[in-house]
Design a protein around this ligand. Structure first.
Ligand SMILES: Nc1ncnc2c1ncn2[C@@H]1O[C@H](COP(=O)(O)OP(=O)(O)OP(=O)(O)O)[C@@H](O)[C@H]1O
Length: 256
């Protein structure tokens, strides 16, 4: 299978997500082109993680509605999918007791010591290399998930999927990690909650609105200018939002 093609990087057609009898997300279409950086926005329980899981092939019924480089996910092997994308989950649950260095080395056979040290330094974990993963702080543990995905970065990587990747980070690390995403060598799709982080890394937004019957729908997918509007975001979150205009951008908040 030729994994390079002229098709869009990611194409989603009439994808819906259902858990048991419960419709979580109504059918939607979505196209992501090479190099684009998407933020997925929506209230708690709207379905952001469920979309990322579908893109990862974890949600099996969705696989035939999703194409990577023109190929349906259900026709690609796990290895082929893994070559194209990196994944940063909300939290890393180690399968058994591991040190930070061992967790990193589990990701690939090709990581030499120099490259491993570089990644650990990049994510502030070098001094913790020989500590047990379960002794890390919440923020360190989350940065380990970043480091583990970075260990798998190759020239073939085209898509970086991240689930609330800044949630446990202090302000300095948020800033550093936002810059890493902004300069990522591939397309990015990240589920985030902080509207003020969106313009710091994203070029596009997929916005989900939860309905009263617990299902949700994608109400807008487009560029920052098209989606980051007061009326559209207020509708999605069910609260009146506003923003303060500042020299370097704007600051979103709930209107009191
Ligand atoms: N395996 C599952 N079985 C049943 N329901 C599920 C399952 N996984 C998720 N759900 C439900 O699907 C809905 C969407 O969950 P999801 O985790 O995708 O939301 P989210 O937008 O990522 O939420 P949050 O912002 O709180 O992380 C929720 O109502 C959740 O309870």
């Amino acid at each position: 299978m030729n994994l390079i093609s002229d098709s869009p990087l990611l194409q989603v057609e009439q994808l819906s997500i259902q858990h048991g009898a419960q419709m979580i997300l109504e059918p939607f279409d979505w196209v992501v082109q090479t190099g684009e950086r998407w933020a997925i926005l929506g209230a708690n329980g709207a379905g952001k993680t469920s979309i990322l899981h579908a893109l990862l092939g974890i949600h099996a019924p969705s696989a035939q509605k999703i194409r990577l480089n023109g190929h349906k996910l259900n026709t690609m092997s796990v290895r082929q999918q893994a070559e194209l994308r990196m994944w940063v989950p909300q939290r890393y649950e180690e399968p058994f007791t591991l040190t930070v260095a061992q967790a990193l080395n589990c990701m690939t056979d090709d990581l030499n010591q120099e490259a491993a040290d570089l990644i650990l330094k990049q994510y502030g974990l070098f001094e913790r290399a020989h500590h047990w993963v379960h002794t890390l702080s919440g923020g360190e543990r989350q940065r380990l998930t970043w480091a583990m995905s970075a260990a798998r970065l190759t020239a073939k990587t085209q898509l970086w999927l991240l689930d609330e990747p800044f949630a446990a980070q202090d302000l300095a690390w948020q800033d550093t990690l936002l810059k890493y995403l902004d300069s990522a060598p591939c397309a990015v799709i990240a589920a985030v909650h902080d509207l003020n982080q969106v313009s710091q890394f994203a070029t596009h937004v997929l916005l989900i609105k939860k309905n009263v019957n617990q299902s949700a729908q994608v109400i807008k997918a487009g560029t920052l200018d098209e989606v980051m509007q007061i009326d559209i975001l207020s509708q999605a979150y069910g609260v009146q939002l506003n923003y303060l205009q500042a020299e370097q951008g704007c600051w979103w908040q709930v209107e009191s």
